[in-house]
Write a protein that binds this ligand. Structure first.
Ligand code: NYM
Length: 217
């Protein structure tokens, strides 16, 4: 950790259905944090640049079919392969803002309702191996609105009916875990301000020594 950067970084996760504004908002948050002198980085999952990530990318592009349990495990492996780097960033005082994390893994797999792949299975796969976010910002928007946004339909899963199921799974997880639910139908700037105010408090609490928990232990 450099000067003026004592204490650990915060681990901030954005979740929500496809095209709900996570990428826009998470990037804006990183820019705002940096402007306030907070050492912050933007990350996303899946990380399509690794070997595992390339397999995931070809699955999402529809170039390759994969069993539901196998693709779930690949998404989890993609997070696990970045765990050491993630932990050393946080411990070194860097705030990491993530566009999707294990909550996406659980929501998308549960939405498929594949026998045997329930929430307990999803949580068991990676829950005790990864750090828990300090906060999850859940961007809520009607799936119809998201479907009208640019690029919707380009990838696997970007189908209205499936997104409705994903939304239901997200709602259940959010209630269970106490995520910060945000109205993603408001303007980009209004939503950004709301997130910024909250995120600064989270950053301060982490700096002051709030411990890093396990994800789902
Ligand atoms: N996705 C993402 C999953 O199904 N499981 C996961 O664990 C993660 C991280 O990948 N439709 C899905 C959700 C998205 C897709 O995400 C790619 P993005 O943010 O559009 O690149």
């Amino acid at each position: 950790a450099g000067a003026g950067n004592e204490g650990r970084g915060a681990f901030i996760v954005f979740e929500g259905c496809d095209r709900s504004g996570k990428t826009t908002q998470s990037k804006k948050l990183v820019a705002a944090l940096r402007e306030k002198g907070v050492d912050a980085e933007w990350w996303r999952f899946p990380d399509r640049t690794t070997g595992v990530g390339r397999l995931i990318d070809s699955y999402l592009a529809g170039k390759q079919d994969t069993e539901d349990d196998v693709i779930h495990l690949l998404f989890a492996a993609n997070r696990l392969e970045k765990k050491q780097e993630l932990m050393s960033k946080l411990e070194g005082g860097t705030t990491v803002v993530l566009d999707r994390y294990a909550q996406s893994g659980a929501a998308f797999t549960m939405a498929k309702a594949t026998p045997g792949l329930d929430l307990a299975w999803c949580m068991g796969v990676e829950g005790s191996r990864l750090p828990a976010p300090d906060v999850v910002y859940f961007l809520k928007a009607p799936v119809e609105m998201a479907a009208e946004r640019g690029g919707f339909g380009d990838e696997r899963y970007e189908v209205l009916e499936f997104q409705r199921k994903v939304a239901d799974c997200y709602m259940n997880l959010s209630k269970m875990e106490g995520w910060r639910e945000l109205d993603a139908t408001q303007t980009i700037d209004a939503l950004h301000l709301e997130i910024c105010k909250d995120a600064m408090k989270v950053v301060e609490a982490c700096k002051a020594g709030r411990p890093i928990d396990l994800l789902w232990a």
